[in-house]
Design a protein around this ligand. Sequence first.
Ligand code: CU
Length: 178
Amino acid sequence: MKHVLAAAAVILPLTMGSQALAHATFAESEVVQGQTARLTLRVPHGCGDEATLRVRIQIPEGLIAAQPMVKAGWTLETVTGPYENTYELRGKTVTEGVREIIWSGELPSKFYDEFVFRARVTDRLPAGEMVYIPAIQECANGAERWIEIPAAGQDSHDLQDPAPGVMVVAPDAHGDEH
Ligand SMILES: [Cu+2]
């Protein structure tokens, strides 16, 4: 009996961790304020056994000048819309930009793929806090909507469909542009 409990104590966290990893998440864990971030959405499964036919990423306020990476075999669309705030980018005032990115194609559920975009991280996003970037997988007869944002103090692992997120960090001392 003791061995079973010991085994359970080991397996449980592993399955919980791998369960979280089995959702749509970003390969990157952090982005730097004032710099351009490259973000890689990892898609490890479809809607149940159904293939993913469309991947949508919704760009939250504070991430500007979002630019998707083209993907062989997939068509790419962007939806431009206004920002809630006005931003300065390379000496220009910016009031709107890409607010949604849509890749259309086919990813069988048993295969894995990545969807990449880059965006400028503005100071509107506080350092030391997560930024959540909702992502939706559309399939022939359903969807996986990774859009739930944890309340303050809530663990995203407790959510059914957690929005993928990354931590915002302050630029390092010498403020290099990467
Ligand atoms: Cu999953």
